[in-house]
Design a protein around this ligand. Structure first.
Ligand code: DGY
Length: 437
């Protein structure tokens, strides 16, 4: 049966990318440990070897800083040369609280670890090793959330913000265009650097060089202030309360509360964060005209009015009222009826849509995993099933790629997906979707 073969192949992907203690997203393009990738990767490890999921998270948190920051890349090896910006460009030790080893980047990524931990625990409720692991890791995840609320919430409203598009995980989303365009780089202002990604993946599927210059500019701004200084919030031209990252934080807060109550940990602080975050998110991030959630440009003082995949993730965190959830469900059904695979990462009717360029249109399997669970929670089982089946069809016909073509006619002409191949979270999403069948 082809599903069995696909599952076996998915496990082979994880095996291939396992590096003695953690899993790389894919060879060459991303040869270290990435923060939110690792979270999703645990979903796939848990069915064959729960111990690997524990090792994965331990390896990730070995890079946690004293201030609580959980970096977006952990450079367990200092010998890999295929990636820019490498550890020597980030120089994480400009911050005295960064571990000397492993080296890391100085920015973060979506806080998925709380909900991943709950998922693993619910699937293995009686595993004594896992219970012991929860007791160790719980306070580290809370410390990370505390970092987000202390260092990244300048207006103390319960909504964390980012100062670099890489933190959102959706590097070149059109959401960031206007903020990035505020950055004017003078000749000679940036040090010389060489991109590596465009010699590994097709450049037309990657961010542009103008965008890369701005990524480097913001990296250097962070470094100037040891990556956690208040001056970053004051100076950065890019300062955004991302709807997806805040929805994920809210989801993980709730998971920590659920776990903490069961294990008898004090969850008072998390409950306080949660109340304020939920209230502010509902007030600030819904856009009635778009009928969708939006990110908030804190520097520009306004919502970023685009239909983008991050606007669907609140359904996964249980944030919408039923009426709002129905509108999100309708949005997806409409795309399905127009012969798009679900869920394109950007508004297919926008001139900024680009079906093959990274986060400007393509479908991402781990995003589908979150949206599937959100739809299911609200009772939209039919749409949820379409999301799951579309993911299966794309991966089965085009391979374990990083992202995929949304337009059905176009996808049928293709032989592969886009971006990196043999991709870990694509495999994990498939494993978790279908392991019981
Ligand atoms: C990359 O290098 O493209 C990553 O997304 C940044 O972490």
């Amino acid at each position: 049966m082809y599903l069995e073969n696909l599952l076996a192949d998915a496990h082979k992907v994880l095996e291939k990318n396992w590096k003695d203690g953690f899993t790389i997203p894919t060879h060459n393009l991303y040869p270290f440990q990435w923060n939110w990738d690792s979270g999703f990767i645990c979903l796939g490890h848990q069915y064959k070897d729960l111990g690997r999921a524990i090792q994965e998270l331990n390896a990730l948190f070995s890079g946690q800083w004293e201030n609580g920051l959980l970096p977006h890349i952990i450079f367990h090896s200092e010998n890999e040369k295929t990636y820019f910006p490498n550890f020597d460009f980030w120089e994480s030790n400009v911050n005295p609280g960064a571990p000397h080893r492993p080296k890391s980047s100085g920015i973060t990524q979506p806080a998925v670890h709380g909900f991943i931990l709950e998922n693993l625990w619910r699937n293995h409720p009686e595993d004594e090793n896992f219970k012991a692991f929860i007791k160790e890791i719980f306070s580290k995840i809370v410390h990370y959330h505390r970092f987000l609320y202390q260092y990244r919430d300048p207006q103390q409203e319960g909504l964390m913000c980012i100062f670099h598009p890489w933190e959102s995980g959706r590097d070149n989303s059109p959401l960031w265009d206007e903020s990035l365009n505020r950055i004017h780089i003078k000749a000679g202002e940036l040090p010389h650097y060489q991109r590596r990604d465009t010699s590994i993946a097709d450049p037309s599927e990657r961010p542009t060089s103008d965008q890369y210059d701005r990524y480097v500019y913001l990296l250097l701004l962070g470094k100037k202030y040891q990556y956690d200084g208040k001056e970053i919030m004051a100076e950065s031209p890019f300062l955004v309360q991302d709807d997806m990252m805040n929805a994920i934080l809210i989801k993980s807060n709730q998971s920590l509360i659920n776990i903490g109550k069961q294990f008898g940990f004090d969850v008072g602080e998390i409950e306080e964060w949660q109340q304020q975050s939920l209230r502010s998110f509902r007030e600030k991030c819904w856009n009635a005209e778009l009928q969708m959630y939006t990110a908030f440009d804190l520097r520009g003082g306004k919502q970023i009015c685009e239909k983008e995949i991050g606007g669907l993730i609140p359904i996964f965190a249980g944030i919408p009222e039923m009426e709002q959830a129905s509108l999100l469900n309708e949005y997806l059904n409409n795309l399905h009826n127009r012969r798009y695979y679900l869920c394109p990462s950007f508004d297919v009717d926008s001139p900024k849509y680009d079906s093959k360029r990274y986060w400007r249109g393509p479908i991402w399997p781990h995003m589908n995993w979150m949206i599937y669970h959100g739809l299911e929670q609200y009772g939209f089982q039919e749409t949820a099933n379409i999301v799951k089946l579309d993911t299966l069809k794309l991966v089965n016909s085009l391979g374990f790629y990083e992202y995929f073509e949304p337009q059905k006619e176009k996808a049928e002409q293709l032989k592969t997906g886009y971006g990196g191949d043999v991709f870990s979270w694509t495999a994990s999403s498939i494993i978790d979707f279908f392991h019981k069948e």
